[in-house]
Design a protein around this ligand. Structure first.
Ligand code: G4P
Length: 541
């Protein structure tokens, strides 16, 4: 197979959902459809079901499971599909944000009973920043859910995206009859079954076919005709270009646990989802077709075995062909590395891989050389853009409780924050260290890992900061003045960028009004012309 054929064969996407909407179930069903697994139950949920903060090993074990299921590959029709798993637990949302930088499209699962929930809203903001194409799967139609038109309205309003239903449910809950495929004019009748793979799809010439009345009952058949007339009247025909630009989300209805309504979505996904896309760098756009290999690290996972401090760095290939054993240039460290045992992931198995193509994710064993957003090339120097750090939501000061172990603590916190589990901010003078996360759980995980992996004991002291803003000003003097004036709230991130920690949104608003010459950015990648072109939304817009 030629390089171009390999490239066009691939689709790399992520599934996002609020916990419990059915992400794990849908993932599993997709793998069943693709023949990657044979039985239901093979995909373990990486959900941290117990939100207790005391059982760290449990958390780590569950995070461990998420490594095995981090990337799942399956074949469907003539395509090779990579699903990048995203942790559902909100305290690991940072991981999810990063993973979204490595996908080319997403499927959003919405629970038909609960509608759009908080976590989905937040993750969609990240997709919107990058204009990631989105397909919506409305799940749990076998339950007494909400009116489908209301759900579409809610998706449009809450997720700020236009929708276009491509299937339509016939009643719901205990009266759920199935879905009507608007494009193919076929009826898929519902039978509750958690094991089936193929659907009973019947093509009908038009909705007035008596078959519809026979199988759905006159009331539901009439309602379906009415709904479909309304849809065709209100919505424009589906426009793939608009979908690819991230402006329009096709919507499917079904029941993941019953493997129902998934095939329609999967077939459409294979037809419309983008092939591996290039990425913007600080120098130029990297096209996937380029012969030279480029890849970036979007996730780092620690080894669970404390005797081996090695980690797995997950690299998304952007261009060219990756080959095992070949030397690649680590741009940040200005050193060349070769990888003798790169791995790919297959349900719960890891396999050594000899070559990989754009859209693929390879796991590289790492002894501490990688941090999130690092780039490997065949010699060229650039940074891939679009992998910013976002403002954490909770900030605490790191206090060393064992002065004899200051070095271990320093090294430990530096390595753990390289993994992306939290962000580290340092204040000078004084070398005070602040750690920012998106969830309380992270602090306890960090404290536990510092002690067990680095022998360093610490505690976290709450501070009254709620938001990090990366600062920039056209006039360096103005920035210096602001820094001097706000010294106690100014810190540096790990790359040396100047960051202002704000005690509240109200305070931040005031500072912005009082300091019109200072730019406050909500992520570490400042607004540039390139970011504009990529659709970055500046703060306040
Ligand atoms: P998540 O990964 O998004 O957190 O959700 P997950 O797939 O684990 O699904 C959450 C719960 O919703 C599970 O039940 C799952 O069986 C159920 N579920 C998924 N799809 C459907 C559906 O179409 N209809 C109905 N009625 N339920 C669905 P659970 O009781 O939490 O777990 P389990 O014991 O059934 O595995």
């Amino acid at each position: 197979m030629t390089f171009t054929e390999e490239l066009h064969k691939r689709k790399t996407f992520g599934i996002i959902a609020h916990p419990d909407a059915g992400k794990t179930t849908l993932t599993e069903k997709l793998l069943l459809f693709g023949g990657a697994i044979q039985t239901a139950g093979a995909v373990k949920s990486n959900k941290i079901k117990k939100a207790t903060t005391s059982d760290f090993m449990e958390i780590e074990k569950q995070r461990g499971i998420s490594v095995a299921t981090s990337v799942m590959t399956f074949h469907y029709r003539d395509k090779l599909i990579n699903i990048l798993d995203t942790p559902g637990h909100k305290d690991f949302a940072e991981d999810t944000y990063r993973t979204l930088t490595a996908v080319d499209s997403v499927i959003i699962v919405v629970d038909s009973v609960k509608g759009v929930e908080e976590q989905t809203r937040k993750l969609m903001e990240v997709c919107a920043m990058r204009k990631t194409p989105v397909i919506v799967f409305v799940n749990k139609l076998d339950r007494e859910g909400r009116d489908p038109f209301d759900l579409l309205d809610e998706v449009e309003k809450e997720l700020h995206i236009r929708t276009r239903p491509l299937t339509w449910p016939i009643n719901r809950g205990s009266l759920f009859k199935g879905v009507y495929d608007l494009a193919n004019k076929s009826l898929n009748l519902f039978k509750a079954s958690t094991t089936r793979v193929a659907d009973d799809v019947v093509a009908i010439s038009d909705l007035n076919d008596p078959y519809v009345d026979q199988h759905c009952g006159k009331t539901d058949a009439d309602k379906l005709r009415e709904d479909v007339e309304m849809i065709e009247g209100v919505y424009d025909p589906f426009d793939r270009e608009e979908y690819l630009k991230g402006n329009l989300a096709p919507v499917f209805f079904g029941s993941a646990v019953n493997s129902f309504g998934i095939q329609e979505m999967l077939d459409t996904f294979v037809d419309i989802a983008p092939t591996p896309q290039g990425r913007e760098s600080d120098k130029r756009f990297i096209e996937p077709e380029e012969p030279k290999m480029t890849g970036f690290i979007f996730k780092i996972h620690a080894n669970l075995d404390p005797k081996h401090r090695d980690r797995i760095a997950f690299m998304r290939i952007v261009s060219g062909k990756f080959e095992r054993g070949k030397y690649y240039h680590h741009v940040r460290l200005e050193k060349d590395f070769r990888f003798s045992t790169p791995v790919t992931f297959m349900a719960s198995d890891k396999n050594i891989v000899d070559e990989a193509y754009p859209g693929d994710v390879v796991g590289l064993y790492d002894t501490g050389n990688f941090k999130i957003a690092d780039v490997l090339t065949e010699g060229e120097d650039f940074q891939i853009r679009g992998i910013p750090a976002f403002s954490p939501e909770i900030f605490k000061e790191l206090i060393n409780t064992d002065p004899m172990k200051a070095k271990q603590l320093e090294k430990g916190i530096s390595q753990l924050t390289d993994e992306g589990v939290a962000q580290l901010f340092t204040q000078q003078p004084g070398n005070r260290k602040f750690v920012g996360t998106v969830g309380e759980l992270q602090f306890e995980v960090i404290q536990y890992r510092l002690l067990h992996e680095y022998g360093a004991s610490c505690r976290f002291q709450p501070i009254s900061m709620t938001r990090a803003c990366w600062l920039r000003a056209k006039d360096p003097q103005k920035l210096e003045e602001f820094i001097r004036f706000k010294q106690t709230s100014i810190v540096n991130d790990k790359d040396g960028n100047i960051v202002y920690l704000a005690p509240s949104d109200w305070f931040l608003k005031m500072e912005r009004e009082n300091n019109p010459d200072i730019e406050f950015h909500f992520n570490s990648e400042f607004k540039t012309e390139r970011n504009d072109a990529m659709g970055y939304v500046p703060y306040g817009k």
